[in-house]
Design a protein around this ligand. Structure first.
Ligand code: 13P
Ligand code: SF4
Length: 326
C-alpha cells in the first residue's frame, strides 16, 4: 500500500535506514528483482555510475526495446519512463521522482498541439522525443536530437512537415536541410539560457577550446559551434577529436562522462545568461537522487502508467523512429 503522503510528494519520502550501504543495496535489489537501471547523461555522476546503462534519448529508447528485465528504473525525466512503458507495456517501469518532468515537453499541451495539427492538413507530423505520450499519439514519426536530421532527410524533399515542440532544433534542421517545416513554438528552459556573450568570453580566454553545442540551444549559440549534436554525439566527438579543451553548451551532467573518458582533457561548462553560476543544470534531471533510487527499487514505486489507447497510437510513431534509426 503506497502511503498517501508519498503520492502527494511524487516519490517515496521515507529516509534511507541509517548505516545502509546504499550502493550495495541498490545493486542487490536489482539482482533480486531482475531490475535494470537506465540513466540519462544529465543525471548526477553517482547515478550514472551506478546505472547498468547510460545514454542519450535515442540509446535509452533503443535499449528499452531490447532489455528483458522485469523492472526498468529510468533515472531521467518522465517522458523517458513513458517511452519505455509504451515500448514494453507488460514491464514495470519506475521513475524515482514523478516531479522530474521536462519544460520542453510541457511547452506542448496535447489539446493545443492537436488543433495545430488540424489547421495544417496534409502535413507529416514529426515530434521530438521530449514530449508526452499524448503528443506521440498525434505524431507520425518521433525523432531525437541524435537522428532528427537523418529522419527528416529520409522524407521526400517536397513533403509538408510539422515539427514540434522544439523551435530551436526545428530551426536548426530547417537551416541545414533547406526545408520549411512548420514549427511548434516550444523550448527547453535549460538550453535557451546559454549566453552567447559569456561563451565568447570563455573562447577569448581559451582560444584553442572547441565549442560543443546541443541543437536545443538558440540559433546564435549553434552558429558558433565547432560541433552540434545530441549528448551522445558530443561525447563521441570529444573522445575522437584531438583538441585539449572544450566549452560545452548543454546540461552540465554530460561533463561527468566526458571527463571520465578523457581525464587528460579540460571540459568547461558553458554558463547561463541569468546568474553568476558557472554551469547550467536541468533541475528536473537533478531531482533523481541515490536515496530516491534506493526507495524506488525497494517499494517498486513510483510506477509509470500510460493510457492503453494512447500507448497503442504512440507506439507506432516511436517504432517508426526505431526502424528508421537502425
Ligand atoms: P539527447 O540526450 O537526446 O541529446 O537529449 C537531450 C535532452 O534534453 C534530453 O532531455
Ligand atoms: Fe527537458 Fe531541457 Fe531538462 Fe532536457 S534539459 S529534460 S529538454 S528540461
Amino acid at each position: 500500500m503506497i502511503d498517501n503522503k508519498w503520492k502527494e510528494a511524487g516519490y517515496v519520502t521515507e529516509p534511507v535506514p541509517k548505516d545502509t550501504d546504499i550502493k550495495a543495496e541498490i545493486r542487490r535489489m536489482c539482482k533480486e528483482k531482475n531490475a535494470v537501471i537506465m540513466a540519462h547523461y544529465y543525471t548526477d555522476g553517482e547515478i550514472q555510475d551506478i546505472a547498468d546503462f547510460v545514454g542519450d534519448s535515442l540509446a535509452l529508447a533503443q535499449q528499452a526495446a531490447k532489455t528483458d528485465a522485469d523492472i526498468v528504473v529510468m533515472c531521467g525525466v518522465h517522458f523517458m519512463g513513458e517511452t519505455n512503458k509504451i515500448l514494453c507495456p507488460d514491464r514495470k517501469v519506475l521513475v524515482p521522482d514523478l516531479n522530474a518532468t521536462c519544460s520542453l515537453a510541457e511547452s506542448c499541451p496535447a489539446k493545443e498541439f492537436g488543433e495545430f495539427v488540424k489547421v495544417h492538413p496534409g502535413h507529416t507530423v514529426i515530434s521530438y522525443v521530449n514530449t508526452t505520450a499524448a503528443i506521440k499519439a498525434l505524431t507520425d514519426v518521433v525523432v531525437t536530437s541524435g537522428n532528427a536530421m537523418q529522419i527528416v532527410n529520409s522524407l521526400p524533399k517536397d513533403e509538408k512537415i510539422i515539427f514540434g515542440p522544439d523551435r530551436n532544433l526545428g530551426n536548426y534542421i530547417n537551416s541545414v536541410t533547406g526545408r520549411n517545416m512548420v514549427l511548434w513554438d516550444g523550448a527547453c528552459h535549460v538550453h535557451e539560457k546559454f549566453s552567447l556573450e559569456r561563451i565568447l568570453d570563455l573562447k577569448a580566454s581559451h582560444p584553442d577550446a572547441k565549442i560543443l553545442v546541443h541543437p536545443e540551444c538558440k540559433g546564435p549559440v549553434v552558429k558558433v559551434a565547432d560541433k552540434v549534436g545530441s549528448t551522445a554525439a558530443l561525447l563521441r566527438f570529444s573522445q575522437e577529436d584531438d583538441a585539449k579543451e572544450y566549452i560545452v553548451a548543454t546540461e552540465s551532467g554530460i561533463l561527468h562522462k566526458m571527463q571520465q573518458a578523457c581525464p587528460e582533457k579540460t571540459f568547461i561548462p558553458a554558463p547561463p545568461d541569468d546568474s553568476t553560476c558557472a554551469c547550467n543544470e536541468c533541475n528536473y534531471m537533478k531531482l533523481i537522487t541515490m536515496e530516491k533510487l534506493y526507495n524506488c527499487l525497494r517499494y517498486e514505486w513510483p510506477e509509470i502508467e500510460v493510457d492503453k489507447e494512447v500507448a497503442e497510437k504512440a507506439v507506432k510513431s516511436i517504432n517508426r523512429m526505431l526502424s528508421l534509426s537502425k
